[in-house]
Structures are given as C-alpha cells and as structure tokens.
Design a protein around this ligand. Structure first.
Ligand SMILES: Cc1ncc(COP(=O)(O)O)c(C=O)c1O
Length: 340
C-alpha cells in the first residue's frame, strides 16, 4: 500500500510546465496471470494537458523559439485534431503564444470546448478529402500561413523536435523506471514521434530491445495494413505508399508493425477496464493488446512496456458509448458489455 504522504512526491511545483513528463509506469496483474513476462503500461494521461502530446508541444515550441522560427507573441496554427492541438494551445498559453486550430467538422464537442476554454481560434477544415483539395485542413493551414506573417505551423509530422522530445524524456524515464530491464517497447503510430524517439533512446541502451509500432486496420483506410507491411519490408511499390506515413516514422527504429481492427480493440478496452481498472484511450488499448499477445511467447523475465497516450474520457461520446456502438456496426460489443 502507498503511505501518505509519499516523501518523494511531497513537494510543490513552480509551474504547470513541471507537470509534463515523469508519468507513472504501472504493472498489469490480472490479464498477465500465467504469462512468462511482465507487462507494464506508461500512463501518459498523467501529463497536465491529458496526453503524451504535452511532451512534444513544449519541446516543439522551445526549439522553434530557439531557432528563431517562432517570434515573441506570434500565433501558433495546428491541424492536429485533439491531443496535439490541446497540448500546443496549452504550451502556447504558458509561453505567450495564441493558437488557431483547423478542426474537422465532426470534432467532438468535448474537444472543441477544451480548445475554446484555452482561447483557441477554431477554423473549419476537412480530412476526408484529397490532400490537395482546398478544403483539406493542410490546404487551409497553408493558405492561412501564406496570408498572415505572424502565423507559425508546428508540422508535427516532420518536425524533429517531436521525436526528440521522446528521446529526451520518455526513453530515459522508461529506462530508469524498469532499471534497464525493458525488453519490448510497444506504441501506437500517428506522427511516429513516440515510437521513433523513445525507440532510438532505448535501442542505444539495450541493443536487443524489440520496438513494435501499432496501428488500426480500418475499413476507411484500406491502405493502412498493406502500406505498413510493404513499407516496412521494402516490398515492391513501397515508395508510393511511404507518403501515407509521416516523416517522423523512423522505420530504422522499428522491429515490427502490428495492425488490429477497431472492433477487437474496443472489445478489449471493456475487458481491460473491468479487470485491471485501466480507463484508457483506444490507441493505448491497441498497444496493450499487442503487448499481452507478445507476452504469451516472451522469455521468462521479459519486461514489456506498452505506451498509453491518453485517457478513456476522450472516447466516452463515441467508442465507449452504447448507442454509438449500436449505430456503428458494433452491436455485438454493446450486447456483450452493456447487458448485465
Ligand atoms: C491518442 C493517441 N495515440 C497515439 C498517438 C501516436 O503518437 P505519435 O504521433 O507520437 O506517433 C497519438 C498522436 O496523435 C494520439 O493522439
């Protein structure tokens, strides 16, 4: 049991910025029964803004100020739909930069209101059209940047300070928290910052470590599974597909890529919540599912770490809502978990 107060945690913090990083690493105890390896989860919703993106937001702003790209008081523009835009807006508040976010029409009211709470100027843009379409969020951002001298776009997909933030914080934290015993690191891929930066740090310390990226196998992104496998294995046609992956996905740091369907991940999210008491976002659940599968064939004593980017609270109006499940073809999952 924890004793109160815990001497190591009994302190005050001089700024909200100190509440970014140094997040807990917790062991799974129920779902791992009988497995040879231990599985831990890095809980990055403990960051003050509620997700792992706080780490990169602060680092991206710091670097942009240091290299003169982001001048005092200039406005930040962002196309990320949720965690990154909230994290950048928060870091902007703390460093004196207002924010504009290009938001998709169906952005959840919860996320929209969080952005508004932080004083963000929200402009509409779409992601369901071709990247060259003038309505695409990136085209809207390009036009805004061209029209306003004081607008600065973080470009988290390619900016090196994104993986560098994880190299400087997530990697060392995991190394110390596992006392150097970590054997597998498993994280979901979007921009690639988490898996590339953390992976690079850990690989430098533990040459044999397995770094595994995870992704959703989605019907609306039929290229995803084919793309990741072709790109990863440098199979014929991989160059064409590479453009679908962000520049910050560093394939050199990856030992494997694993895709799971949304249905199997949502289903497992309920099991995870009701066994381990972990209320986590979908990409986190995806990585934990892959981690547990790996643990089945792992060596005794292996230490597998799954990365959790955010909390279940961000998904309660969608994937964790009974009506949403029933109207999105996941009625079987709703039947299984909402019937007592
Ligand atoms: C919930 C969630 N999980 C995982 C990721 C992937 O992180 P990264 O962009 O570092 O690859 C993101 C980033 O957008 C995210 O918001």
């Amino acid at each position: 049991m924890t004793s109160y107060p815990d001497a190591a945690l009994s302190r005050t913090y001089d700024s909200v910025l100190e509440l970014i990083g140094n997040t807990p690493l917790v062991r799974l105890n129920v779902l791992t029964r009988g497995l040879p390896a231990s599985v831990y989860v890095k809980l990055d919703h403990f960051n003050i803004g509620g997700s792992s993106k706080d780490r990169i937001a602060v680092n991206i702003l710091r670097e942009a100020v240091a290299n003169g790209e982001l001048q005092g008081g200039a406005r930040i523009i962002e196309t990320g739909q949720g965690n990154t835009s909230i994290a950048l807006a928060l870091a902007g508040v703390l460093t004196g930069h207002p924010s504009t976010v290009i938001a998709k029409p169906d952005l959840s009211p919860g996320k929209l209101n969080l952005l508004r709470l932080l004083g963000v100027d929200v402009i509409p843009g779409r992601f369901d059209v071709d990247k060259d379409d003038p309505e695409h969020a990136w085209s809207v951002a390009e036009r805004e940047v061209a029209a306003h001298d004081d607008l600065w776009w973080s470009r988290q997909q390619s900016v090196r300070s994104n993986p560098a933030a994880h190299y400087a914080s997530t990697g060392p934290e995991l190394w110390h928290q596992t006392e150097g015993r970590i054997t597998h690191f498993i994280a979901a891929i979007a921009t690639g910052g988490t898996v590339s930066g953390t992976g690079r740090f850990l690989r430098e310390r533990t040459p044999g470590i397995q770094v595994i990226g995870t992704t959703f196998d989605l019907p609306e992104r039929p290229w995803a599974d084919a793309a990741l496998n072709k790109v990863f294995h440098r199979a014929p046609g991989h160059e064409e597909l590479e453009q679908d992956w962000a520049d910050n996905v560093d394939l050199e740091q990856l030992d494997a890529l694993e895709a799971r369907t949304k249905g199997e991940v949502i289903d497992f999210a309920f099991r995870l919540a009701r066994t381990e008491g972990l209320l986590l976002g979908l990409s986190s659940v995806l990585s934990i599912k892959v981690a547990l599968e790996r643990a089945e064939s792992a060596n005794p004593g292996d230490v597998i770490v799954a990365f959790s980017a955010d909390h279940a609270r961000d998904y309660t109006a969608a994937e964790y809502d009974e009506q949403w499940l029933r109207t999105h073809d996941f009625g079987d999952i709703a039947d299984r978990w909402f019937t007592n």
